[in-house]
Design a protein around this ligand. Structure first.
Ligand code: IDP
Ligand code: MG
Length: 148
């Protein structure tokens, strides 16, 4: 079933110049970008995005990290996009993530793990409106849909 998911390339991913490589993985998988922006999150936006973690000991550090530099936010669409992108991202802790995943290939850290990906439809609905309004989500046919 076609789904959408929110992907963030976090500040460490941008600073390490991995943006192109990461987007390339999603394109090669057959996911479609329907929205994308390069942005600096405000602290209130970051706190809202990570509000589920507000009582965790790592919350303040996590907020400081995600606002420490520009990020790339995008919405990608495709068959089972939420679980597909979570699989491509790999386990949260880069030191445990499988080789071949984004975190497994580019991170050895539990915090600085390069990407965010929504973990459910509810999370997508909550998170995506922090980054994009409806008018910024652009539907288009690529013409290869029957091959995917
Ligand atoms: P996820 O990004 O794989 O869904 P979550 O458990 O939702 O992982 O945690 C959100 C983010 O918080 C992680 O991607 C990571 O950047 C950070 N994080 C998670 N656990 C820890 C921790 O134990 N210490 C520091 N940062 C953490
Ligand atoms: Mg999460």
């Amino acid at each position: 079933m076609s789904e959408r998911t929110l992907v963030l390339i976090k500040p460490d991913g941008v600073k390490r110049r991995l943006v192109g490589k990461i987007i390339n993985r999603f394109e090669e998988k057959g996911l479609k970008i329907v929205s994308m922006k390069f942005m600096l999150l405000t602290k209130p936006q970051a706190e809202k995005h990570y509000s589920v973690h507000k009582d965790k000991p790592f919350f303040r550090g996590l907020v400081d990290y995600i606002i420490s530099g520009p990020i790339v936010a995008m919405i990608v669409e495709g068959n089972s996009a939420i679980s597909v992108v979570r699989l491509m991202a790999g386990s949260t802790d880069g030191s445990k993530a499988a080789p071949g995943t984004i975190r497994g290939d580019f991170s050895s850290s539990v915090q600085n793990n390069i990407v965010h990906a929504s973990d459910s439809v509810d999370s997508y609905n909550y998170e995506s409106q922090i980054f994009f309004n409806q008018a910024e989500i652009i539907e288009s046919e690529y013409g290869d849909e029957s091959l995917l």
